[in-house]
Design a binder for this molecule. Structure first.
Ligand SMILES: [Zn+2]
Length: 120
């Protein structure tokens, strides 16, 4: 599977989840420095910030979800969310587009770039 062809919302969700894990790992490492309260506090703060950041990312996903368009995937017939002009199906990673001009074109992330937009 290529990294390019992934549903954006799923990708951000994976990122948020990994932030939580990283946060807990940092806090866990901090426990090894119990005899150095300053070092432990720094680790705890960093870990806490990472968890907070993931919460922010989750909120961001929620906002993005309201902007996304629900479409039925022609490949697996499941209802998936499309973000931007081109996105991949959440379930089977089938490339999907909302733009008729791009239908049948090879999947390319560059269509999502602002410079590529003709009209918004
Ligand atoms: Zn699909």
């Amino acid at each position: 599977m290529s990294g390019k062809r992934k549903n954006k919302i799923n990708r951000i969700r994976t990122f948020a989840l990994s932030l939580v894990f990283i946060g807990f790992i940092i806090m866990y490492v901090g426990l090894y420095f119990r005899s150095y309260p300053v070092v432990m506090t720094i680790f705890m703060m960093l870990g806490f910030l990472s968890v907070i950041a993931s919460t922010v990312v989750y909120f961001w996903i929620g906002m993005l979800s309201t902007d996304s368009v629900q479409v039925q995937c022609p490949n697996c017939n499941k209802v998936t969310k499309v973000l931007g002009r081109v996105d991949a199906c959440m379930y089977c990673n089938e490339p999907l587009t909302l733009d008729k001009d791009l239908e049948g074109q090879p999947f390319d992330e560059k269509y999502n770039k602002k410079s590529y937009k003709k009209n918004s």
